[in-house]
Design a protein around this ligand. Structure first.
Ligand SMILES: NC(=O)c1ccc[n+]([C@@H]2O[C@H](COP(=O)([O-])OP(=O)(O)OC[C@H]3O[C@@H](n4cnc5c(N)ncnc54)[C@H](OP(=O)(O)O)[C@@H]3O)[C@@H](O)[C@H]2O)c1
Length: 196
């Protein structure tokens, strides 16, 4: 069976990937306690002995606002760690699947973005994620980079739907919910797990 090494399994996307991928292979999870991606130099020591067939990186430094003041942490997890993961995938000659973000763009386009649009991140988070993408592309050709925007799913307290639902009882002053119309993503729908 395909041995799939998944990073970021405790996250919103990672939890769903764990459930879904277990139908197609043996999912091996490495959590932060075993491998802190703020220490990217530790990646080869931890990952190489596992000898997976596929490497999936769902881990990220996702605190968009905090990234402005925690630039080195954001860069370590979002830029340097993906670069090292690409090196490791190359050494093992296995594919790397990595997730990125709409924040690589500046949001100024009046038409939907596609893969060929030129990125222009306007914040530290977006710059760190774009840097990760570039490192992967330059390092190992057998990669897939998926740029997502607004993940929805169940079972994760901080997802978009739960956040909105959580606002309602405690914000009785709102007659309508103030959601920015500047963000109009095409959402990535995570499938419902068969055993929620
Ligand atoms: N959520 C969205 O709406 C959204 C939108 C656009 C793009 N994305 C992209 O989609 C991907 C998944 O996002 P998500 O929402 O599922 O993220 P998330 O829920 O914030 O989960 C992040 C994962 O990364 C792990 N992680 C963070 N820092 C780490 C570190 N230093 N060492 C080891 N592990 C670390 C976390 O582990 P702990 O549990 O230990 O913290 C967690 O498992 C990311 O690449 C993100 O940039 C997400």
């Amino acid at each position: 069976m395909t041995r799939i090494l998944l990073l970021g399994a405790s996250g919103q996307l990672g939890q769903q990937l764990c459930r879904t991928l277990s139908r197609v292979g043996t999912v091996i999870v490495i959590n932060r306690a075993t491998l802190d991606l703020c220490q990217p130099h530790q990646i080869p020591t931890v990952v190489l002995p596992i000898q997976p067939d596929l490497l999936i990186n769902a881990a990220a430094y996702n605190a968009v606002d905090r990234a402005e003041t925690e630039v080195s942490q954001a860069d370590a997890v979002n830029a340097i760690a993906p670069a090292v993961l690409a090196e490791v995938a190359k050494t093992l000659t296995i594919p790397l699947i990595h997730f990125s973000t709409n924040y690589v763009f500046d949001g100024e386009s009046t038409t939907p973005y596609d893969e060929n649009d030129v990125p222009n991140p306007i914040n530290a988070y977006g710059r760190s994620k774009l840097s990760g993408e570039i490192h992967i592309r330059q390092t190992w050709e057998r990669h897939l980079i998926l740029r997502t925007a607004w993940l929805y799913g169940i079972g994760h307290s901080s997802n978009f739907l739960n956040t909105i639902c959580g606002w309602q009882p405690s914000n009785r002053n709102y007659e309508s919910l103030p959601i920015s119309s500047a963000l109009l993503p095409l959402p990535l729908t995570l499938p419902m797990p068969s055993n929620p």
